[in-house]
Design a protein around this ligand. Structure first.
Ligand code: PGA
Length: 250
């Protein structure tokens, strides 16, 4: 049995005070949800410390949205994996398509971030996914395969056993267009087969989340698919009720 995860990527939204209220509402709302569902919230860096305080002991885990690709030192504006981990944060999103697209993150950068995340006991949620033109050209399998080979294949078996993957087709992020449940299943199964090729049966335990306009109306169908183990939720994670409803969709 694989873990079920619903993770909320707040992106650059909410003030710290609003974020604390949202985290409290999520923590309160998850109390009645089946305990087999693991909820994670990923607020901006400025909120992490306060969000940790209001989620501690509630079962809601916290993730950062990014970390630096260097351990420490003269890197103005960066936040290190060690700083994040020191707050008790458990997860870090790495390789989100917005980071790849707007901040030039490459596999080389992501390999450094992955290593630092593991060195500080953060669990990476590694995001992959193709752009619209790549899907239209039938290259989506190839794209996710190289995003996996160039980064995930460098992990040790021990590191891999902790990794969470989020498949997010870029054309579905924030667009209101969701991949169909069959499209999601097709590529999730493919991703698992690529992971199996390298890591063997351990890949049967890898949590693979779907992301991209996932909401309370489509989550049930997506999560009913064998290889879809939950969701990485953007827009709909900003409303506690919607986020909880997604978690209730398994
Ligand atoms: P969305 O974002 O749910 O708003 O499409 C998902 C994500 O980018 O993680």
């Amino acid at each position: 049995m694989r873990k079920k995860i619903v993770a909320g990527n707040w992106k650059m939204n909410t003030t710290p005070a609003e974020g604390v209220e949202l985290a409290k509402a999520v923590a309160a709302g998850t109390r009645n949800v089946d305990k087999s569902v693991n909820f994670i919230v990923a607020p901006p860096f400025t909120h992490l410390s306060e969000v940790m305080k209001v989620t501690r002991g509630t079962g809601v885990a916290v993730s950062a949205q990014n970390c630096a690709d260097e351990a420490k030192g003269a890197y103005t504006g960066e936040v290190s994996a060690a700083m994040i981990a020191s707050l008790g944060v458990e997860y870090v999103l790495l390789g989100h398509s917005e980071r790849r697209e707007y901040y030039g993150e490459t596999s080389a950068t992501l390999n450094k971030k992955m290593a630092l995340a593991y060195a500080n006991n953060l669990i990476p949620i590694y995001c992959i996914g193709e752009k619209l033109e790549e899907r239209e050209a039938g290259k989506h399998f190839e794209v996710v395969k190289s995003q996996i080979e160039e980064v995930v294949f460098n992990l040790t078996a021990e590191e891999f056993s902790k990794l969470v993957i989020a498949y997010e087709p870029v054309w579905a992020i924030g667009t209101g267009k969701t991949a169909t449940a069959d499209q999601a299943q097709e590529i999730h199964a493919y991703i698992r087969s690529v992971l199996k090729g390298k890591f063997g049966e351990a890949a049967d335990q890898t949590v693979i989340l779907y992301g991209g306009s996932c909401n309370p109306s489509n989550a049930k169908e997506l999560f009913s698919k064998e290889d879809v183990d939950g969701g990485l939720i953007g827009g709909a994670s900003l409303k506690a009720d919607d986020f909880i409803a997604i978690g209730e969709s398994f």
